[in-house]
Design a protein around this ligand. Structure first.
Ligand SMILES: Nc1ncnc2c1ncn2[C@@H]1O[C@H](COP(=O)(O)OP(=O)(O)OP(=O)(O)O)[C@@H](O)[C@H]1O
Length: 235
């Protein structure tokens, strides 16, 4: 069943158009990636899907609801989790307080918080530490753990491994793949380490200048010398 449908979406900032008619979908349990050069509009796309930016034309539908007919804070209640690239944790709050903030909608958050510490044991060890003092990888794990607290059907991740050392990035990637194996659909904006992510993605959208230029499997893209030259630095 399709969870997210984006039809001919046009959006931007103020009067500045960035997205020029995007079509995209994510089915239940799917692992879908968006890749594209800097400034292509990848973050803008996730912001528009989340209702943080207006929909000028077209529409975004999630779990049967027209997203732009509602306030963005409705989306988590329908099962859409979103981890933005920046400002994705409360830096002045501890790890435990961040997870409590993420679970304010729950009557009995204890088991979900326990599950978060089981999934990310490092967060269990850092419970009393302020989020601003975490390493980059720990911070990403906290952001992902916070988004998972409401058990989303679809998790949108904006470049979750950017700036991380390769070994830490691989750890974050394997956590995300594990979350997907558990049945949560993922819409993953990929920048760094594209090969290690795309090889797992049956569908990848290539975004350039606010338009989807190509839709293909990660495997096909990785075997395309032109794509490899542009995105993997393979001459
Ligand atoms: N708040 C904003 N106001 C005006 N223009 C913006 C704003 N945020 C982004 N833009 C512009 O929108 C365009 C797309 O930016 P966006 O961040 O979506 O690209 P991206 O593909 O995510 O890039 P990157 O890979 O570098 O993160 C860029 O030209 C950027 O300058």
């Amino acid at each position: 069943m399709t969870l997210l449908t984006v039809n001919s979406l046009e959006s931007g900032y103020g009067k500045l158009p960035i997205l020029h008619g995007i079509d995209l979908k994510v089915d239940e349990g799917e692992l879908v990636a968006v890749i594209g050069p800097n400034g292509a509009g990848k973050s803008t796309l996730l912001k528009a899907i989340s209702g943080l930016l207006p929909c000028w034309k077209g529409n975004v539908s999630f779990a049967g609801n027209n997203v732009h007919d509602y306030e963005p804070n409705m989306l988590p209640t329908w099962g859409l989790g979103y981890v933005p690239q920046d400002r994705n944790v409360f830096p002045g709050l501890t790890v435990a307080e961040n997870l409590e903030m993420a679970s304010t909608m729950l009557k009995n958050p204890g088991p979900r918080i326990k599950a978060a510490y089981e999934r990310f044991p490092i967060l269990g060890k850092r419970q009393k530490q302020a989020a601003r003092t975490l390493s980059g990888g720990e911070r990403q794990m906290l952001a992902i753990a916070s988004a998972l607290i409401l058990e989303p059907k679809l998790l949108m991740l904006d470049e979750p491994t950017t700036g991380l050392a390769p070994v830490v990035a691989n750890e974050v990637i394997s956590h995300i793949l594990d979350i997907n194996r558990g049945g949560t659909a993922i819409l993953w904006v990929v920048e760094e380490n594209p090969a290690s992510v795309l090889m797992h993605c049956p569908r990848v959208y290539l975004l350039e200048s606010g338009l989807i230029r190509r839709t293909d499997s990660g495997e096909n893209l990785l075997n395309d010398p032109k794509f490899a030259e542009l995105f993997l630095g393979v001459a």
